[in-house]
Design a protein around this ligand. Sequence first.
Ligand code: NDP
Length: 433
Amino acid sequence: IARNPGEPEFHQAVKEVLESLKPLLQVRPEYQNAGILERIVEPERQIIFRVPWVDDQGRVQVNRGFRVEFNSAIGPYKGGLRFHPSVNLGIIKFLGFEQIFKNSLTGTPIGGGKGGSDFDPKGKSDGEIMRFCQSFMTELYRHIGPDTDVPAGDIGVGAREIGYMFGQYKRIRNAFEGVLTGKGLTYGGSLVRKEATGYGLIYLVEEMLRDKQKGFDGATVVISGSGNVAIYAAEKAMQLGAKVVAMSDSNGYVYDSEGIKLDTVKRIKEIERKRIKEYVNIHPKAEYHEGCSGIWSVPCDIALPCATQNELDGEAAKILVKNGCFAVGEGANMPSTPEAIEVFMNNKVLFAPAKAANAGGVATSSLEMTQNSMRLPWSFEEVDSKLRNIMVNIYKSISETAKEYGCEGNLVAGANIAGFVKVADAMLAQGVV
Ligand code: NDP
């Protein structure tokens, strides 16, 4: 804590991982002897830079850019870029740290990294977004590359922003290469990447439910957020027969007892870029409530937090349990506080942690890198079936690892241990670097 002051989210993420490694370290003391723990919590490189840009009024604005290249033991750094006013070094470090283990769980050769800026895309014109993205890439380009570091999207960074950044990279480097994932389909993007994190979440939760003879069919589901992850989690859950009754944004949530009409949400959020409260203007029988955390008071069987970190606390977890919720799958990164996770564990709620449950996005990004290297696109069905296989394998690996280390059913421990072992073994093999 003294070494990394003012980084509470990073401390929270590290504490959770290190605590759950205890049973592993008892039987594999070589990890401690070789200083793996000290090395794995220290980023290989962190870059902080100025991002100046000119707004529509002709004024100069300055934001801060970050890229934390955390661990390259098993492959080039890989992880998204987040544009949100809450971004600071501690947030990027927590996300980059989590990314190491998540990427390892996918079974594909990618290391861990994360980046972003405190730039707020809300209310900005298209021209402002483009000028910001170009300025951001004008510094970032010198640190990344298809065999070095391959960023993707995250909160506030979707296909539009990736497109502007890719254009600027190509212009500076004079190279058309797979340096970013989440690209548009006409210039090297992969089918299913847009849907991948949400679909992957549902594929993994489906496996977890199957183990207990349960499923999505007929279940009532609450999903926080209404961004990329939330929308495609809702889509796949509905395809499997679930009724999604509530979704949110950072201002509030909508409740539709007849089931959320996803086409309306897509139009409001993906095309018009408006607020979720618009939903009730189109479907007046639905309700809108101010305040996003109230969404956890909506009774449901399955809760899928898909907005942001620490959005579901101990009190919210107790309400979910009281209302009969039996499964939680984390679509966002670290959305449940440690207190919330404790409530779920103590009440036998099936709990799929983010590292495993939202790994489908980065796994499909890795498939996009493969297609870019081969210069060959795969069909939707092919990528979707590879994604599904990856998620099924992640579930198998984390549930078997939990069993092996004496904590059957604890998928948090299973994910942390399984993700760690592969990276730690690669670090051991590569010597003290
Ligand atoms: P988007 O920007 O598409 O959507 C984010 C959603 O979360 C919006 O509805 C947003 O509401 C809401 N939100 C953001 N910040 C807050 C906040 N501080 N409080 C309450 N609500 C908030 O992002 P994504 O869907 O891509 O990302 C969502 C989560 O999933 C993040 O934790 C991200 O790290 C994680 N993730 C994303 C992956 C991806 O492939 N995109 C991959 C793996 C994880 P509003 O519009 O009001 O800001």
